[in-house]
Design a binder for this molecule. Structure first.
Ligand code: 2YJ
Length: 269
């Protein structure tokens, strides 16, 4: 799993509104639409939850340590969505204690292996890997006004890619997968098509999910003319020029779409 760096997150805490705007432009749906859809709750329920829940983000120092801008970027999402949100001044266990003393109901925290939102009222845990995967699939669902019988290529069959495959199948898509590591392909459901050669497969798919940890391996000239790329993977698999040319048809961010979706899952009944 890719570990985010401070550089990935520069100024992102100020840019949630921009991201929401970009999302509306490219998939005709907002952060709230995507997150509520994945959580299976009405938009009204998600919005009203902001009056019932106080959010704390707790910096965690274990493993590779605190990532600059990480807690700020995470906190910016519930803040933008109207939730009372704070970052604890203490870290780790003391941070958890501080959050509870200050009456937080939902705790966001991440170490090097897992990033969760824990709802203390219901004991519900929303996992970032699953929430992010589902949000990026849901983005294609909104773009396509449904995914039934749509062919979707998932690049990368790791944890996020695996969750994408499951959710795509639930939404009725025809799923194909490419991964350089054959071991990752053995446990996929039998209805999934395995693509052996990426360069041959790429031009055939209008809908692509880039869940790989590789950067810059897809170039405009080898893509479907109407391609739409939903890319939870970091770094982005598109070359810089291709991203610039396709920007409106690329859904990509390092953190916020997943965080909004974790929140909707955490407040869902
Ligand atoms: O609190 C902090 O600043 C750090 N402990 C954050 C660590 C963030 N963790 C990661 O980026 C890991 N790769 C795990 C993310 C799981 C994503 N599904």
């Amino acid at each position: 799993m890719t570990r985010l760096t401070e550089k990935d997150l520069v100024n992102l805490d100020q840019l949630v509104e921009n991201l929401d705007y970009k999302l509306k432009n490219s998939i005709d749906a907002s952060l709230v639409d995507v997150a509520s859809f994945v959580a299976g709750i009405p938009i009204k329920t998600f919005n009203e939850a902001s009056t019932k829940y106080k959010i704390a983000v707790i910096p965690i120092t274990s493993g590779g340590g605190v990532i600059g801008n990480f807690s700020q970027t995470v906190a910016s999402v519930p803040l933008y969505l109207g939730y009372d949100t704070f970052i604890t001044s203490k870290t780790d266990v003391s941070g958890i204690a501080e959050a509870i003393q200050k009456k937080a109901d939902i705790l966001f925290m991440a170490d090097d292996n897992q990033f969760i939102a824990l709802n203390l009222k219901t004991n519900k845990i929303a996992d970032n890997g699953e929430a992010t995967a589902k949000a990026y699939v849901a983005s294609l669902h909104f773009h396509g006004k449904g995914l039934v019988n749509r062919e979707v290529l998932v690049i990368g069959a790791g944890i996020v890619g695996g969750h994408c495959v499951q959710y795509l199948l639930e939404l009725g898509a025809k799923v194909a997968v490419y991964d350089t590591d054959n071991d990752k392909l053995v446990n996929l459901p039998s209805s999934v098509t395995i693509e052996k050669y990426l360069s041959r497969a790429l031009p055939n798919y209008q809908y692509i999910i880039d869940a790989s940890p590789e950067g810059s391996f897809m170039d405009l000239e080898n893509l479907h003319p109407d391609v739409v790329i939903s890319a939870p993977g970091m770094p982005l698999g598109l070359t810089t020029n291709t991203y610039a040319a396709l920007e409106k048809r690329v859904i990509h961010d390092p953190l916020q779409i997943g965080v909004a979706t974790m929140l909707a899952i955490a407040v869902s009944p």
